[in-house]
Structures are given as C-alpha cells and as structure tokens.
Write a protein that binds this ligand. Structure first.
Ligand SMILES: O=C(O)c1ccc(O)c(O)c1
Ligand SMILES: [Mg+2]
Length: 629
C-alpha cells in the first residue's frame, strides 16, 4: 500500500512540508499546484528535491474548469492543459487531477464531457501521461462520483480514469457502496478526508473543516471498504484543507495523517478480510482497561508537601523503590507515584514543567501489542536504562513528549510493585473509601485536541464522546472525552484557546499539555469527605448561591442540600442518575484532585458544575506549591 498526502494539508513552505511528510513515513505527495507556484525553483529542481526526500509525486493537482466549454474557451483550456503536462514531465509525475468544472459558461452533458476527456486523454497518453477526473461536490454540472464515472466510462480511453475523494462522496451523503461496481483499474487515484458533522455550505465546509480520517464524523471506513473491494491498488492519499492545520506544526500534522491512514487501512482490512491490502500485520486496537498508576515528578520540599497532601486525600505511602527516589502511594486500586530522581524522564519533565504528572501507566490487554501497534502508527518506543533487578516496562512516547507505560495481567508486569518496591514499615490501610480512578483530565491547547483524540482512538479500543463547551469566567474551554468500551477508563481532553482560562493558565505555567486533574471514585462521597476533612483535607469552597440554585433546579430529598453544602459537594443529575463531586484546591499552577460518586447510569463529568468550580478555583488562586494542609 502506497501512502500519500497532498502538500495543501501541511503548513509551511514547500521544503518544510516535504520534510515533515517524509519524516512521518509517507511514500508520496500530491503536489498542490499553488505550493509549486509559490516555490522559488523550477519543476526539475522540485522533482529532484522531492525524490531526495525519498518521496514519489503521486499526483499533480488541481486542473480546473476543463470540460464542456464552448469555443474559444475550449481551445484555451486544451492549451492550458498542455502547459501543465510540460510541468508534470519536468516534475516527474504522470497523473493530473481534473476537477469537475465550476465555470459559469460550462455547458452540461455527460457525452460532451466524455468527448473532451477522451480528446485530452489522447494528448496525455501520447506523452505517457494520465488524466483523472474528480467530481467536486459543488461542481456546476458534475457533482457526484457516479456521473464522473459515467463520463470516464464513456471516454473509454486508457489514459483517462476516475479520481475518488471521500469528502465529495460522503459530504453529499452519496452511498459509497456504488463504488464497488467500478473496475479497480479505472480508479486512478483515491483521496481521503474526514470532516465534522456540521451543517454548512459544501464548498466552505470542504475548504476549511476537512480533517484526518477518524477525526471527523464521515463514514470513511465504509467508503474505503468499497474502494478496496473494487480492486483499487493505487496510492491512498490524504487531501485535507483545514484552517487549523495550515497554521500548526507541520511535523505533528503529518504524523497525525500517517497515524490516521495506517489505522484506517487496518480497520478496512479487518472489516473486509477478503480484499487484499498490502500493509504489514499489526495488532488490533488494544483493550485499555484502567489507569494503573500516575507518576508525579517532584523535587526538594515539594516531595514532602505533596506527600502530606496525598495523606489528606486518604493515600498511604505503602512502598519505596529499592534503587530510586521513588515512593508509592495507594488507596483502593489507585496508585500514585512520586518520583524525585535527578536523572531520567521524570527529572527532565521537572526541569521544564516543575511539579507535574510525568508518566501515565495504563493497564492494557497486552502491553507488548500496545507498543507494536503504537510503533506502526508512528509513536516511538520509550525506554531508559533499568537498574539491577528492575523490570523493563513497555512504554511509548505519546504526544508532546509525554510518556505512557503499559502493564498487563499475563506478562507478569503487574508484579513490578513487589519486584522493584520494598514495603514501608508504617504502611496503613486506605481510610477514605476511594476505590479507583474515575477519569483523568489532560489539558492542551485547542489545536492539539484532534491529535490527542486520534492518538487514543487509534491505539486503544476507545471511543470519543461529543465535544462540550466548558465556561470559564475568562473564556471557553472545549472538552472531549475518550472512553474505553465498558467505560472503566475515561480520559477527558480539555482544549484551551486562551491563556486567561484556568486550563490556559495551567498550560502556560507548565509549558505544555499534561494531566491537570485526577478524578477519584468513591461509593459514599459523604463518608469519604467526612473522613478526609478530619485528616486535614480542605475542599474547594462552593458559594451559597450554588446551593440555592440547586434547590431551584432539582427536587431534593429532605436534608440532602444541607449535607452537600456542609461538604462543599457539587451535584448533578441525568434523568434519575445522580452524580456528586468535591474538589481539592488547585496547586502547582493549576493541578487538582476531584472525588466523585457516580450513580448508576450517569455518563457525564458534572459539566454543568464546571463554571462554578473554575470560578471558585480562580478566586483562591492556582497555588505555586502544594495547598496548606
Ligand atoms: O476545493 C477545491 O477546489 C478542490 C480542489 C481539488 C480537489 O481534489 C478537491 O477535493 C477540492
Ligand atoms: Mg479532492
């Protein structure tokens, strides 16, 4: 399988685009004509530069407003095409995309278009070139791939073929099943783009909101199943017009593209095992079962104050690492690790971000398969030297320099706590009834949200839930959850657009995306809060106005409101399903804990309460260090 991406999908000048595309692992590029014209260098030189990056030019595009013109426009269009053929030959590519005409003077007619294409095909063929015809969703006469195919069929010329683009088909809600009947060798090229389901003008939607397969809501897999079933064997290329991608990091966008393409084609192969797809075998999406541990990096006084803070949350320091400055804190199934080594990944993170979560440990179906699949999707393995008697826990680099470790049940990796750690004498059992991590929240800039969503949903059996808006007094934060099937592992991804929001300030003070909050689960929030307050836990104070409003919004059983108020507990309900949450104060520039009691059937995260929580946290300040206990 040959992978390709259009230069228009990536930010920067042509050499930067090419470098990013090559580094991400693509085999080829579609040269978007504007990128070539804007470049200061001739076609031969550009062709050489592209080949020096190890890339093929899979397509030259677009050639606009060709078919069905009256004279003298028609002759002019043929002349224009011949000039472009010259450029293609100098570049070293044999295929050009002709998109269906939007010219106001274009005449309709399937046969007229077929005759024009056949005549141009004859000219192209004589020069060893091929032309591919694509129906733009907003084409003046031709806007459906089924009509474009009829034109190509009637043109009946070896140098004339069809180009399919998932956006134009799916964006117009045309059933992709119709593709299965097209002979595979008459499909000259396939372009893929996804898009979010928003109602708007087709052209505007296409030019500004396309995104990588899996990042949007179109049925790209079904489209691609039909294409492969037709017997298509050419390049599979991403053509993503997206305002945000035009302005973001070229390498990161290219990596996302590669990840999306490999994951998609793996899905297609699994869904349609009888079609042949030339792609190395990779393990399927891995079951992500739970948070196994969360590791904080801390230095100096922070270690003691974070330890004291964890005690007020009911955690017990049950063990110390045998060789390293690393301590293990546990309560129920929740393991928190404090790493104060002065070398290695934790120390690196501390040097740039200060006190922060530096590592996420996930309990997965197979740690080995997770790393294999991650590698195939473009995420490198992470490793650092292990000391005597230490286990090599499989790990990868996630996005933005983050690290994730994987622990599974079968490989013995779960023994790491007994093998590498020695029990601490004064260990005491967990006291406060916290059972497991309900979810973690990662904060990032808004433009990184698609990348992280794609990261989790392509590597793991996780699904995204609809995006919601969280109102901060100083701006909007968008929140998107990804959840494992069954829902035990939940990660909320919060995208900040401005540095004035709580999330934005956390981002600025920690220099990049990281875990901002950890939500812990209890089965009895009132008992838990009572215990914790006795241990010195200071909940985030919630104003009386909030509780007056609760009384107005919900029918509350006698006495419940007073209990909520006494514990600074927030409340929400979905139908009959109840939800309770209490927050810690923010520390270390905006980190915080949350304790949750999730009634059966409650699916959300207390979104309606977020504005009041954020306002309360901002009133108290984000704290440079650890909260006073
Ligand atoms: O938006 C456009 O004009 C345009 C051009 C070429 C394409 O392949 C396409 O899908 C859209
Ligand atoms: Mg296209």
């Amino acid at each position: 399988m040959k992978t390709s991406i259009a230069t228009v999908s990536i930010s920067g000048a042509l050499p930067e685009k090419l470098e990013a595309i090559a580094a991400a692992g693509f085999d080829g590029v579609e040269i978007f004509e504007q990128d070539f014209i804007a470049h200061d260098g001739g076609a031969r030189e550009v062709g050489r530069m592209i080949r020096d990056y190890g890339l093929d030019i899979t397509l030259f595009q677009p050639f606009r407003d060709f078919e069905c013109l009256p004279e003298p426009l028609r002759s002019k269009a043929f002349d224009r095409a011949k000039r472009k053929f010259d450029v293609m030959q100098e570049l070293g590519t044999d295929l050009i995309l002709i998109c269906s005409s939007v010219h106001p003077r274009a005449l309709g007619g399937i046969q007229r278009a077929a005759d024009d294409l056949a005549e141009l095909g004859e000219i192209a063929g004589a020069r060893g070139l091929r032309i591919g015809y694509e129906a733009l969703a907003w084409g003046r006469h031709i806007n459906d791939h089924r009509d474009a195919w009829e034109i190509v069929r009637r043109a009946d010329h070896g140098s004339v073929g069809l180009i399919l683009d998932s956006f134009h088909t799916l964006g117009r809600r045309i059933d992709p099943e119709s593709i299965r009947a097209i002979p595979g060798d008459k499909i000259f090229f396939v372009q893929l783009a996804d898009a979010p389901a928003i109602e708007m003008d087709l052209l505007y939607w296409s030019r500004h909101f396309r995104n990588m397969p899996g990042e949007g809501d179109l049925e790209i897999r079904r489209f691609m199943q039909a294409v492969m079933a037709a017997g298509y064997a050419g390049p599979i290329s991403l053509e993503i017009f997206n305002d945000q991608f035009r302005g973001s990091n070229a390498k990161a966008t290219a990596q996302d593209g590669y990840r999306s393409l490999v994951a998609l084609m793996d899905d297609v192969r699994r869904a349609e095992p009888e079609t042949s797809i030339d792609l190395p075998q990779i393990p399927p999406r891995v079951a992500a079962q739970d948070i196994s541990f969360l590791e904080f990096t801390a230095q100096g006084d922070e270690v003691e104050s974070l330890s004291a803070f964890l005690s007020t949350l009911g955690f017990a320091n049950i063990a110390r690492h045998r060789n390293k400055q690393v301590s293990l804190w546990q309560q129920g199934d929740v393991r928190l690790v404090i790493n104060s080594e002065t070398e290695g990944h934790a120390a690196h993170v501390w040097n740039t971000r200060g006190l922060a979560v530096c590592d996420i440990g996930l309990q997965v179906g197979s740690a080995r398969d997770t790393v294999l699949r991650a590698n195939a999707l473009g995420s490198p393995t992470f490793s650092q030297p292990t000391g005597p008697g230490e286990m090599a826990i499989p790990a990868i680099r996630g996005l933005g320099g983050s690290v994730l470790h994987f622990i599974d049940a079968d490989s013995g990796l779960g023994d790491v706590w007994d093998v590498e750690f020695a029990p601490v004498g004064d260990a005491r059992p967990a006291q406060a009834g916290i059972t497991h991590v309900d979810h973690i929240a990662q904060t990032m800039s808004y433009e990184d949200m698609l990348s992280w969503t794609l990261f989790y949903t392509t590597l793991f059996g996780m699904e995204k839930t609809p995006m919601v808006d969280v109102i901060d007094p100083d701006g909007l934060v968008r929140s998107q959850a990804v959840e494992s099937s069954g829902g035990r592992l939940k990660i909320t991804l919060n995208g900040a657009e401005t540095h004035r929001t709580l999330a934005g300030r956390f981002l600025a003070s920690t220099f990049g995306a990281s875990v901002q909050h950890i939500a812990l689960s209890t089965e009895d929030i009132f008992a838990t809060v009572t215990t914790l307050m006795a241990a010195g836990f200071a909940p985030l104070p919630i104003p009386a106005n909030y509780y007056d409003d609760l009384a107005a919004r919900f029918d509350m059983p006698e006495g419940l409101l007073d209990k909520l108020k006494a514990g600074n507990i927030l409340y929400d309900r979905e139908g009959e399903a109840e939800f309770f949450q209490v927050y810690s104060r923010a520390f270390a520039g905006g980190l915080f804990f949350e304790i949750i009691q999730r009634g059966p059937g409650y699916k959300g995260f207390g979104g309606p309460n977020a504005p009041f929580r954020i306002a309360a946290q901002k009133r108290l300040g984000l704290g440079k260090g650890i909260p006073e206990t």
